[in-house]
Write a protein that binds this ligand. Sequence first.
Ligand code: GA4
Length: 332
Amino acid sequence: VVLSQQSLDGFSLIKTCKSSADCCFTQIPVVDLASAEAKSLAVKACEEFGFFKVINHGVPTEFITKLEDEAINFFSLPPSQKEKAGAASPFGYGVKAIGSNGDVGWVEYLLLSAKPDITSRISLSIFPENPEAFSGAIRSYVCAVKKMACEVLELVAQGLNMERSNVFSRLVEDENSDSCFRLNHYPPCPSGLRAQSDRNLIGFSEHTDPQIISALRSNNTSGLQILLSDGTWLPVPPDYNSFFINVGDSLQVMTNGRFKSVKHRVLAEGMKSRISMIYFGAPPLCEKIAPLPSLIEEEEQSLYNEFTWRDYKDAAYKSRLSVNRLSLFERD
Ligand code: GA4
């Protein structure tokens, strides 16, 4: 499959209000990791939006630019070369199809495990002459972003007055953590469609992330939107130098619903290619996920049944993107 201007068969178009008059009053919360208020602001953002922007994140700029260059280089290869990564099932290269349950998007991507050996193997199949440039760039980036994501998890644990500040971060730091990493390329929206003011091509349709935390950045291109609690979609203004943090389903469960796992989507709207890179911090497969007792308020009940990350991941991979997977684990 190649994404081309000619064949739009099977892609979804949605009606959107491009003026976005209803959402221009809402601002994405910003958390400065170096500030004293970081803990409380991060907790507030996780409760209200399940989403915030992080500045002073400490991820070296050179790791970011290096990986972005490598990603552009990878996506510029001929299809036959990209396919050498193997089909995304789950790890590998994918075009148009997302997951294996019929979801499609105006996107091509590389889905990788955060474990370096799997990435090295895939890199070797794509670049047999020099696998290290690509896998090395991914390794350095993923390591730095994981550190930042764990810092954010420690901050929110402190902000929630947890007894141990590593309650969340230890799961992602565990050597058996099931974290993964994704590079997405959204080609420019076909010109014929760009002209239609009230229709948008879906790049990645609405979903929540099943993991604990996701850390995303992009090449300064718009398209990402988050769903607000009033049901409106808020476009996220792009920012090359910042990271965006998403609360995942597992963190929603551990906080007994206090933090919201944010629904988000990407529209292919621009004339520019969008490149995004997302680190998904996950627990080990055998880890039990349940609301933490200290976060179940008095007179409140646990909202979810306990499950292992393996159970949840299996359920997620069997479902369509937009499904509310957590409802399967809600307590009756
Ligand atoms: C959404 C978050 C991550 O991108 C991802 C996605 C995964 C995939 O692309 O294979 C899923 C999706 C994501 C949730 C539901 C299932 C699985 C596609 C899909 C239809 C890598 C993940 O972990 O879950």
